[in-house]
Design a protein around this ligand. Structure first.
Ligand code: ADP
Length: 483
């Protein structure tokens, strides 16, 4: 099983594929070259042999015609022609047949077909004056027929045909030898290319192995906390991306740890207060009832605070989920904001802050009513809470829309946010003035919830603030929910 897996891993590896590629690159040209050379050698050798024999045959045919060898009486005396014919057959390891104009074989150097009648197509064509050459590559011989023309006759009457067939075995033998040499060369070539190819491939893929080892070392917690394999542009880029990702994960991890320690701290503070209150009342066994009541009121306040922190944390966790968890419906935004302001009116009254809504047009949008209510409530509540309480404070909420988005503006005449805090106000538990925020019941989670809710709606939030003059939050949300 293990061995099988390793085999598949090897088959799928870049190493194996590169080696395979090199093998193909080494084998294919070698084969094409050797096959090409062998084939062209054969055709060239056969052509040369054909033209050589053809010219010899023609010379012989002319001599035969001149010697009147074709007529029965003269044949016996023409020892000269006989010798020529024998020489041709010996040199080229062949056979010569002479056919007269009755298609009868009058001479066969093999003495096999003497006196037989031959009416083969080639013979017919030669009687019409043609030289016919044919190469039989399967049986390794060249066959040709040449006309024998009467030298006395000007119109060139054909008095016979000479058939010559010669073996091409020696071409075959040469070819076999060449094939052997070519095979050896190809095998040596493949071996050399493969040897250097494998060395190169192993060298080239080494950095990939180093990347993998480096990542494993970082994962297991030993070695560097940065990945550096600088061999190629690609590996440098992979390392850079990996290090970026590692950095982001570290930031996430740090912020998670910070969040957990913040949560613990925030949850502990009311508990500590309660413990102090309980301890001090316990140490006073004779305390009057009024003191008990006062202490119990303080304890109740701390419990409320604890409850608020827990509730805000739960809201935040819900907002951290993906946008798919939105419960979208078409909501009349004018009505929704009116309701929110109505609910917050008592707090505004208490703070002596004037609360004004300005709706430029009716707006209905596809939103998650609960989550968006939470976001808007936090913004307006902050605008009231962090306002002046000299009776001059105001909060303006306005709602507008175009064909794509609706725009919500929450403007206040409050204490403002220092410039260096503007980048942090959406962080969980961040408060510009911790004690002030705590005094007015803040948890530092409100804006984090608001921002997450708006982002889940694919919206955007921007803040503009001037110390002691006021703060403006601009929110933009698509009218139609985008998945
Ligand atoms: P909190 O529960 O403390 O109000 P938030 O997340 O809602 O927490 O806000 C973070 C901090 O941003 C607040 O503590 C406050 O210092 C500042 N802040 C938010 N809104 C305003 C505002 N409208 N005017 C002035 N400061 C604000």
């Amino acid at each position: 099983m293990q061995r099988n897996k390793q085999f598949f891993l090897f088959i799928r590896s870049l190493k194996f594929r590169l080696i395979l590629l090199i093998l193909i690159i080494a084998v294919v040209p070698g084969l094409i070259l050797s096959i090409g050379i062998l084939y062209s050698y054969e055709s060239r050798a056969v052509t040369i042999r054909e033209s050589e024999i053809l010219s010899q045959a023609k010379i012989l045919a002319n001599q035969i015609a001149a010697s009147e060898y074709m007529s029965q009486e003269n044949r016996m005396e023409s020892g000269d022609i006989q010798a020529q014919i024998n020489m041709l057959t010996t040199i080229y390891d062949g056979r010569v047949m002479l056919v007269d104009n009755y298609f009868k074989v009058i001479h066969d150097t093999y003495n096999l077909d003497d006196h037989k009648i031959i009416i083969a197509e080639e013979v017919m064509r030669s009687f019409r004056g043609e030289d016919v050459v044919h190469y039989d590559s399967e049986n390794h011989y060249i066959e040709m027929t040449v006309p024998i023309s009467n030298p006395d006759d000007r119109s060139g009457t054909i008095i016979g045909v000479m058939l010559v067939s010669v073996s091409t075995d020696n071409i075959e033998i040469n070819q076999a030898y060449l094939r052997q040499v070519a095979t050896i060369i190809v095998v040596v070539e493949i071996a050399v290319i493969l040897f250097f190819g494998i060395l190169l491939v192993l060298h080239f893929v080494k950095p990939l192995g180093r990347i993998s080892e480096g990542i494993a070392a970082i994962k297991d917690g030993y070695g560097e906390d940065q990945l550096e394999v600088g061999s190629y542009t690609e590996t440098i880029q992979i390392c850079e991306r990996f290090n970026e990702m590692l950095g982001r994960m570290k930031v996430m991890d740090d912020s998670r740890q910070e969040f957990v320690s913040n949560v613990s701290h925030e949850l502990k503070t009311p508990l500590t207060s309660m413990k102090v209150l309980a301890d001090s009342i316990n140490s006073m066994p004779d305390a009057p009832k009024e003191l008990y009541q006062e202490f119990m009121e303080d304890v109740t306040n701390e419990i409320e605070r604890e409850t608020k922190i827990v509730n805000d944390l739960l809201s935040l966790v819900k907002m951290d989920k993906s946008a798919a968890d939105l419960n979208v419906s078409t909501v009349n935004m004018n009505e929704l904001i009116e309701q929110i302001l109505k609910r917050l009116q008592p707090i505004a009254d208490k703070q002596q802050v004037e609360l004004v809504l300005e709706s430029f047009r009716p707006v209905s949008a596809e939103v998650d009513e609960v989550k968006l209510t939470l976001a808007i409530t936090n913004l307006v509540e902050n605008a009231i809470k962090y306002n002046k309480n000299d009776g001059e404070g105001w909060v303006h909420v306005s709602l507008n829309a175009d064909h794509q988005y609706f725009y919500l503006k929450v403007e206040d005449s409050g204490i403002g946010i220092p410039e260096d805090s503007l980048d942090h106000i959406y962080e969980r538990f961040y408060r510009v003035d911790k004690s002030h925020s705590r005094e007015i019941g803040g948890t530092g989670l409100g804006l984090a919830i608001t921002r997450n809710s708006i982002l889940m709606h694919r919206g955007a939030i921007k803040v503009h603030s001037v110390i002691d003059e006021g703060t403006t939050f601009d929110v933009r949300i698509p009218l139609n929910y985008i998945m």
